[in-house]
Design a protein around this ligand. Structure first.
Ligand code: IFM
Length: 480
């Protein structure tokens, strides 16, 4: 008997929240957060290996050296996905596992690992959804300037072509970048993510080179893959709500919208950068990194947009007098993740919060999907949504996580509402399949619907995993 056989089945009778036929329920992970095997099979360090091994950068000195040991346990993990009734699996490939120097010779052993993973998924009727870049730039490329230099964009397209050649016969869903906002602003401006720089100009150059790399990679994938391939980028758009109805707060919220949303969406869908963002960041960068011909490459059409959502943010004008509030959940790195936004602050709000300190508010997801659909009319998948809580294995051997069950139920309902309102949302990937390495928080934050004991590597499906399984099985949110 599996863990899930014991779950009481729910009936969808009386439930209004039935999803459209073909709606995809999936689970998501990322290479550095779960794989481990950091020095095995020819893999070389990425910026996250370097960063996590630098004292003081990650909680408790945690690293991704072993993580959830998925590199060795991938077969069991795919079996777990099957038990959860997941129809799709969103994973990322580690660039330095397949091209150890970031450019040049291909490491067959690295390719073979992902090839075996894909075969295992297909054998269990789970659709592989591959993300090429979830923050783990090969260290050699960082040593040459990382995302602050143009060359990295071209190397990324080469890497995309290698992966398409290796897996394009079996993988139809491809995403270039995951949350490039984090790569650029948390990595190069705030200093809380690898490579740990604190330079606003570098962050703005990184934005452009990430986007250029995305556009070049889309062109490389399109050339190499069968016509049915679905190509995407995943963003983490902010739902930036002004604290009051004042014009000052509205202006502050618009800056956050500009720097986290329109700086990506406008080039991708409209082939230009927003004028207001260029203007308010002019004190930080002259934007000379943008060259003629780049924007049409960046605007190469994609098929779907991946959307990651966790919570809205409350934004207020900062008058420079009182201490500046910064409840945006992006930590206290030495740098500021918001270049050109010294007059902006983020306020906390009453109500439920997750273990990350993030407010729980599913209305943000519904609003976000409505806005993206109305502005861009591109089909969407929720590529991440979920919550960290301080889970423990109870005396009964189970992990009871009612807060996460409630969080997920509310967000499933918000997606359902957005679809009912007319948005084309085709699937939902819960973040995450497994508890994992939560970047600068190390293993102190658990996002999984499956609990991982990091000493024994034993997996235990949480109540939220069972709730996800019931939802996926019924294609409907179970009525409480
Ligand atoms: O764990 C991360 C993931 O890697 C990217 N999106 C947000 C998640 C939770 O912080």
């Amino acid at each position: 008997m599996t863990q899930l056989d014991a779950v009481e089945d729910s009936t969808v009778e009386g439930s209004a929240l039935v999803f459209p036929d073909g709606f995809v329920w999936g689970t998501a992970t990322a290479a550095y957060q779960i794989e481990g095997g950091a020095a095995e099979g020819g893999r070389t360090p990425s910026i996250w290996d370097t960063f996590s091994h630098t004292p003081g950068k990650v909680f408790a000195g945690d690293t991704g050296d072993v993580a959830a040991d998925h590199y060795h346990r991938y077969r069991d993990d795919v079996a777990l996905m099957a038990e959860l009734g997941a129809a799709a699996y969103r994973f990322s490939t580690s660039w330095s596992r397949v091209i150890p120097t970031g450019t040049g010779p291909i490491n067959r052993e690295g390719i073979d690992f992902y090839s075996r993973l894909v075969d295992e998924l297909l054998a269990r009727n789970i659709t592989p959804t591959l993300t090429l870049y979830h923050w783990d730039l090969p260290q050699e490329l960082q040593d040459a300037g990382g995302w602050t230099v143009r060359d990295t964009a071209y190397r990324f397209a080469d890497y995309a072509a290698v992966m398409a050649d290796a897996l394009g016969d079996r993988v139809a869903y491809w995403t270039t970048l995951n949350e490039p906002w984090c790569s650029a602003f948390l990595g190069y401006a705030a200093g809380v993510h690898a490579p740990g720089h604190t330079d606003g100009a570098e962050a703005l150059a990184a934005v452009h080179h990430l986007l250029l790399g995305h556009g070049l990679a889309i062109q490389a994938l399109r050339a190499a893959l069968p016509a049915k391939a679905q190509l995407a980028i995943t963003l983490n758009p902010a739902v930036a709500r002004p604290a009051t109805s004042s014009a000052d707060d509205a202006r502050a919220a618009s800056k956050v919208d500009g720097l986290q949303n329109r700086i990506w969406l406008d080039p991708l869908f409209r082939g230009r950068y927003p004028d207001d963002v260029r203007a308010f960041t002019a004190e930080v960068s002259d934007w000379s990194h943008v060259q003629d011909g780049d924007l049409p490459i960046i605007a190469t059409p994609i098929d779907v947009l991946g959307v990651n959502y966790y919570n809205p943010v409350i934004v207020a004008h900062y008058d420079g007098v009182k201490p500046r509030a910064h409840a945006d959940g992006h930590g206290d790195g030495a740098g500021d993740p918001w270049p050109g936004c010294a007059d902006v602050q983020f306020l906390d709000r009453p109500g439920r919060h997750t273990a990350m300190g993030w407010p729980v508010d599913a209305t943000g997801l519904r609003d976000l999907l409505a806005r993206l659909w109305s502005d861009h009319h591109t089909p969407m998948y929720i590529t991440e949504n979920g919550a960290a809580y301080d889970d423990v294995v109870d005396a009964d051997g189970q992990v009871h996580d009612p807060e996460r069950v409630q969080y997920l139920g509310e967000h499933f309902a918000a997606v359902h509402d957005a679809i009912a309102d007319g948005a084309d949302v085709r699937g939902y990937y819960v973040w995450s399949l497994l508890d994992n390495f939560e970047w600068s928080y190390g293993y102190s934050k658990r996002f999984g619907v499956v609990y991982v004991d990091f000493d024994s590597q034993e997996r235990t499906t949480k109540d939220s995993g069972k709730f996800f399984a019931r939802t996926a099985r019924n294609n409907a949110v179970p009525t409480p």
